[in-house]
Design a protein around this ligand. Structure first.
Ligand code: CO8
Length: 262
């Protein structure tokens, strides 16, 4: 399948998906979501891909939400199936065993914020704007915003954003812990790739286990979460990377991690 609504690239183990409907500020229509889903399947099946970066085409928008022209045609049943398929795709994104970084280069509204917060972390350009404006359309977030946003920034902040529908700047998003870093737009991909370059040299298994331990631990009590960590720590020793990492330290050399996820 050729992609028309996203651009998909892989360079040296780093995949990039660029949402590519700049005339509609990269709004998510059904065709784009189907392509995103397919690209995520391709990435999940390719062990050579170590990192995924998501960004938007153009200099104005990451993703300006679901396509409102499509939303306008929904009835209740269609809304449910659309929201469910959106959740399936965003869960697929969150469950990837590799690191996923959102490079938010402009508007990340509605489904745009919801995609970004399903990534492992977000870097934003100074012109980025975040928000859950669904309330202005007479609906609510439908791609996980009521759940992931409150887990990430707390219920009070999440409710204020969802109830008011207001947009916040990248600086405000930094202050509330929604994004990790804010940089001028021309430096955004360079900064993301710098961090990706550090992560790409680590072991695949330890990265997967660290990601899963944090993600699963978010939804359980502390004791259960610590149990998840104990199992994940032990599982790291199923990979040769644990031997390599410790030996490299003791031999005063750089570790070369070659462990496989399969
Ligand atoms: N859908 C469709 N088209 C869009 C969207 C969108 N979300 N956003 C922008 N566009 C289009 C505009 O219609 C316009 O098209 P045209 O040039 O043909 O008129 C073009 O993009 C440029 O937009 P503007 O002229 O409006 O650009 P501005 O710089 O003036 O404004 C904004 C930029 C502030 C981003 C403005 O476009 C805007 O408010 N967009 C809508 C943002 C929004 O409300 N997003 C949330 C959508 S709802 C959602 O995401 C829910 C997800 C889960 C749904 C599950 C439910 C079942």
């Amino acid at each position: 399948m050729t992609y028309e609504n996203i651009v998909y690239n892989v360079t040296e183990g780093i995949a990039t998906i660029t949402f590519n409907r700049p005339k509609a500020l990269n709004a998510l229509n059904g065709a784009l979501l189907a392509e995103l889903s397919l690209a995520l399947d391709t990435i999940a099946a390719d062990e050579d891909i170590r990192i995924l970066v998501l960004t938007g085409a153009g200099d104005k928008s990451f993703v300006a939400g679901a396509d409102i022209a499509e939303l306008a045609t929904f009835d209740s049943l269609k809304a449910k199936s659309f929201a469910r398929s959106g959740h399936d795709i965003i869960n697929k994104l969150q469950l990837l065993p590799i690191t996923v970084i959102a490079a938010v280069n402009g508007f990340a509204l509605g489904g745009g914020t919801e995609i970004a917060i399903a990534c492992d972390f977000i870097y934003a350009s100074t012109n980025a704007k975040f928000g859950q404006p669904e309330i202005n359309l007479g609906v609510i977030p439908g791609f996980g915003g009521t759940q992931r946003l409150s887990r990430l920034i707390g219920t009070g902040m999440a409710k204020e954003l969802i109830f008011t529908g207001k947009m916040i700047s990248a600086e405000e998003a930094l202050q509330i812990g929604l994004v990790n870093k804010v940089v001028p737009q021309e430096n955004l991909m360079e900064e993301v790739m710098k961090t990706a370059g550090i992560i790409v040299s680590k072991g695949k298994v330890s990265l997967r286990e660290a990601k899963q331990a944090v993600n699963k631990g978010m939804n359980v009590d502390l004791a259960t979460g610590c149990g998840i960590e104990i199992d994940a720590f032990a599982l790291c020793y199923a990979s040769p990377d644990a031997k390599e990492g410790t030996a490299a330290f003791l031999e005063k050399r750089e570790a070369v991690f070659k462990g496989s996820l399969k």
